[in-house]
Ligand binder design. Structure first.
Ligand code: B12
Length: 148
């Protein structure tokens, strides 16, 4: 499926007002052909899920910068599953937790929560676009194999 047929929900979770990176990311994704449903800052977890259902989204990209990401994102995959979005692609990125921690440990926390990818601080939009391309291609391949 072409990138322009995919819908992505983006937003900044919880009480977080850091909008700049999320806006840059959303604009870059739109420019590369995705349909982007941009929820902006201060978005409750449930609103991401509602928007994903309403727009039949293929992925949700959650930004968290202010250090409360672990708390705000806890249970996010469960909310998706409860809403019937069992296999939706989930990414999270930003400054995910407070303080300096080795990235692999931080990444593990978010992958264990059910996110498919976690992006460290300073991740470039080009990287995110490559990840989406790879992950959607893998999903398409798996779907074709299942149908054969
Ligand atoms: C500007 C800024 C603010 C502004 C925000 C203005 C606004 N409305 O956007 C103001 C002054 C309001 C602010 C407030 C606060 N801030 Co501030 N802020 C910053 C600062 C300097 C820059 C953030 C920024 O715009 N970066 C530029 C963008 C382009 O980068 P980015 O957001 O990282 O996004 C890129 C990538 O991360 C990636 N990305 C982003 N989202 C996603 C999502 C996915 C899924 C993926 C794959 C990738 C991805 O793509 C983007 C493009 O490359 C950072 C420090 C820094 N240098 O990063 C601190 C920083 C984020 N702030 C911090 C803090 C603590 C706060 C406050 C709590 C301070 C306070 N005690 O009041 C408050 C929180 C207020 C709130 N409720 O949100 C800390 C967070 C610490 C942590 N996480 O451990 C930081 C890191 C500063 C620091 N070193 O301590 N802040």
């Amino acid at each position: 499926m072409a990138a322009n047929q995919r819908t992505l929900v983006t937003g900044v979770i919880g009480s977080d007002t850091h909008i700049v990176g999320n806006r840059i990311l959303s604009m870059a994704l739109e420019k590369s052909g995705y349909k982007v449903v941009s929820l902006g800052a201060l978005t409750p977890a449930g609103d991401f899920v509602k928007a994903a259902i309403e727009t039949a989204a293929d992925a949700i990209l959650v930004s968290s910068l202010y250090g409360q990401g672990e708390l705000d994102c806890r249970g996010f995959r469960d909310l998706c599953v409860e809403a019937g979005l069992d296999h939706i692609l989930l990414y999270v990125g930003g400054n995910l937790i407070v303080g300096k921690h080795p990235w692999p440990a931080v990444e593990k926390i978010f992958l264990d929560m059910g996110f498919d990818r976690a992006a460290p601080p300073g991740t470039r939009v080009e990287t995110v676009i490559e990840w989406l391309h790879e992950d959607f291609a893998t999903r398409d391949r798996d779907l074709r194999r299942a149908l054969d």
